[in-house]
Design a protein around this ligand. Structure first.
Ligand code: ATP
Ligand code: MG
Length: 253
């Protein structure tokens, strides 16, 4: 379902919404096939950083970006084919909605656009993506119903399935468990773990336990910068930065 994982390298990334400086020089390196968790308080710039990785930032009126992002060593801001970039770098937003088409069309859209014909093979691919997003059992009897009628949590998982249908090299999940119950969250976490090494995962989460369970490295964002990155165990057991310590102890943020 996934091709090859790609590394991600962010250097000196700055972003402004009009006069508001949301990113103030972000540096972050993620190895191919790694899972990195990004934590940090509201407005730290986590979602803005995620939107830059697939250049969704292009679509935001008034947003200006400087610095560099490389995926698999290729300069993202220099790429001409942005649609191709967005297949390589999938982004699942915190509260995504299904495309107004059937469940099956949602997850076969990408391969169909790439020329795949409807048939058993395409259906098999769809099933794989829906299974990987822990959604198959709930939708297998309603594949032809419109996706907008799924529950919030189901639409969240459909967005994950749809991102996977593009066979991404990098999967960015921005607070994916926000609308999902703990049991489903745990199932998706298992599936993400199983995908480790096949796809690079950048995970914005404020669930400390989720970061601990999943991430190889954890990064702390604060006021538009990554102020600390460490292997996950070290990050939580002996944070180096005073702000990270304070945040983890619940003193601020
Ligand atoms: N579309 C927008 N227009 C204007 N300002 C924005 C926009 N999106 C974000 N910002 C501003 O950019 C800064 C960073 O926001 P961002 O959403 O990246 O933070 P975040 O870390 O994801 O926060 P949260 O934890 O609340 O999701 C904030 O000051 C925010 O108000
Ligand atoms: Mg956010």
């Amino acid at each position: 379902m996934v091709k090859t994982a790609a590394s991600v390298a962010v250097k000196g990334l700055r972003a402004w919404y009009g006069g508001v400086e949301a990113l103030r020089g972000v540096d972050l390196e993620v190895g191919a096939g790694e899972i990195v968790a990004i934590i940090g308080p509201a407005q730290a710039g986590k979602s803005t950083l995620m939107s830059c990785l697939s250049r969704l930032s292009d679509e935001v009126v008034g947003l200006r970006v400087e610095g560099s992002v490389a995926v698999g060593g290729e300069d993202v801001f220099a790429m001409r084919d942005v649609a191709a970039l967005r297949r390589r770098v999938g982004l699942v937003a915190p509260l995504p909605v299904g495309l107004p088409m059937s469940v099956i069309d949602n997850v076969t859209y990408a391969p169909r656009m790439a020329g795949a014909r409807k048939g058993p093979e395409l259906r098999e691919r769809a099933e794989k993506c829906l299974r990987a997003a822990a959604l198959w059992d709930e939708v297998k009897d309603r594949l032809d119903q419109t996706a907008t009628r799924l529950s919030g949590g189901q639409q969240q998982r459909l967005a994950i399935a749809r991102a996977l249908s593009h066979e991404p090299e990098v999967l960015c999940l921005d607070e994916f468990s926000i609308a999902i119950d703990p049991v489903t969250t745990a199932r998706i976490e298992e599936l993400l773990k199983a995908m480790r090494s096949q796809v690079t995962i950048v995970l914005v989460t404020n669930l400390i336990h989720q970061a601990r369970r999943l991430a190889d490295h954890t990064a702390m964002m604060w006021e538009g910068r990554v102020i600390e990155v460490q292997p996950t165990a070290a990050f939580f057991d002996s944070p180096q930065h005073e702000l990270t310590r304070g945040y983890l102890e619940g003193r601020f943020g």
